[in-house]
Design a protein around this ligand. Structure first.
Ligand SMILES: Nc1ncnc2c1ncn2[C@@H]1O[C@H](COP(=O)(O)OP(=O)(O)OP(=O)(O)O)[C@@H](O)[C@H]1O
Ligand code: SF4
Ligand SMILES: [Mg+2]
Length: 361
């Protein structure tokens, strides 16, 4: 049941399992994940490729059905609705993908693509739908002239603005942004993030912001969840995570930034992780990170760490949470996912032109 104190989104012991290619093979893409998101919050999700971010995002907007556990929208389980009611309910929970072309039909003008969700839902008269779509395109800074073009006649950034307008016409309450700025040129990324933040204030939106880019996520998120091999490793307020990550994996991610923030033995050094990212077909027993964790102890291979509130508002899954990684982690080069490791040349953090979440226009 829905109640006034309910979070807009609660993910309750969520599992999403896919069938593998071979018989009896199962991919547990999301494994026992729980968290809640407040109305108006920006909730970041980071982790390496294949750790289950998109699967989680798709489940949140009801594009993928949980194998176990629940997704609750303001206390209500949308998967208990009838197919018709679910279609209607989904208007309030939208997703913007990484690929700007994903939701735009190449045979339709931008205006038609943006008004399509209104047409499908028969929302308002035809004139009203056109007016609403044009107003939303204007709001994301796409002129009427651009609105009448086809997708191939727009830049990547312009197409992504059209995708945002398309998601917004249905006046959603929550938007999952799945790597929504990752395919864009660095200079355009800052514009897009500013637009996301402006729209959030204007429409009272809640975001689940999925990204490889820790700096982007930490900058715009109120809280950040760190995912590893289908599970949450840590969940903390963004600032606290950036200043003092508690989970060894979160510490390694942060140290891979161009400007490492984790002091190691009195200096700032990269923490080098050895080993491969585990296959979701056969995740390691015990703690899933034990095959790469620099401080793993024998019990880590046999006993799975609990997801616990380590400090008020800070959750972590590690038997030795808060242990600061010390010394070199070996001579092998980093095997952290390249996209997380930041520019190899250590070039400028690209967030200078992004306003802080609380800044006014
Ligand atoms: N429909 C599917 N059928 C089978 N396996 C799937 C399916 N979708 C995802 N997977 C698998 O689930 C795991 C998690 O995939 P997911 O796309 O959620 O990862 P991700 O964290 O979003 O990765 P990336 O950062 O590369 O986008 C991967 O091993 C992937 O191969
Ligand atoms: S439980 Fe053990 S292996 Fe897992 S992160 Fe903590 S120390 Fe490392
Ligand atoms: Mg993904």
């Amino acid at each position: 049941m829905s109640g006034p104190g309910e979070p807009i989104l609660a993910v309750d012991r969520l599992d999403v399992t896919f069938l593998g290619r071979r018989r009896h093979e199962k991919v547990r893409a999301v494994a026992d994940v729980s968290f809640a998101v407040r109305q108006g919050e920006t909730f970041g999700v980071i982790g390496e490729s294949g750790c289950g971010k998109s699967t989680l995002g798709r489940a949140i907007v009801c594009l993928t059905r949980p194998s176990a556990g629940r997704i609750l929208h303001s206390g209500q389980d949308p998967f208990r609705l009838s197919a018709r009611a679910l279609r209607r309910h989904r208007r309030g929970f939208q997703i913007v993908f990484q690929d700007p072309n994903a939701a735009l039909d190449p045979r339709m003008t931008i205006l038609d693509s943006v008004r399509e969700p209104l047409d499908v839902g028969s929302i308002g008269t035809s004139t009203e739908r056109r007016r609403t779509a044009l107003a939303m395109l204007d709001r994301v800074a796409l002129s009427q002239e651009l609105a009448l073009r086809y997708p191939h006649e727009l830049s990547g950034g312009q197409k992504q603005r059209a995708n945002i307008a398309r998601a917004l016409v249905l006046r959603p309450r929550l938007i999952v942004c799945d790597e929504s700025v990752a395919a864009l040129d660095v200079s355009i990324q800052a514009d897009m993030l500013n637009l996301f933040m402006d729209l959030q204030r204007e429409f009272g939106l809640t975001y689940v912001f999925i990204s490889h880019d820790l700096r982007v996520v930490a900058h715009i998120s109120d809280r950040v969840a760190v995912m590893y091999a289908g599970k949450l490793a840590e969940l903390a307020p963004a600032e606290a995570l950036m200043q003092r990550p508690l989970h060894p994996y979160a510490q390694a991610l942060l140290s891979a930034e161009p400007e490492p923030r984790v002091p190691v033995a009195g200096e700032k050094r990269r923490i080098v992780l050895k080993g491969e990212i585990p296959s979701p077909l056969a995740p390691p027993p015990g703690c899933r990170f034990h095959t790469r964790c620099p401080i793993a102890k024998p019990e880590c291979a046999s006993r799975e760490p609990e997801w616990r509130e380590f400090e008020p508002g800070r959750f972590v899954a590690c038997h030795y949470a808060g242990t600061r990684l010390a010394g070199s982690m070996g001579s092998a080069q980093t095997v952290l996912d390249g996209a997380l490791a930041g520019p190899a040349d250590g070039s400028v953090p690209r967030l200078q032109s992004i306003r802080k979440g609380g800044d006014q226009q």
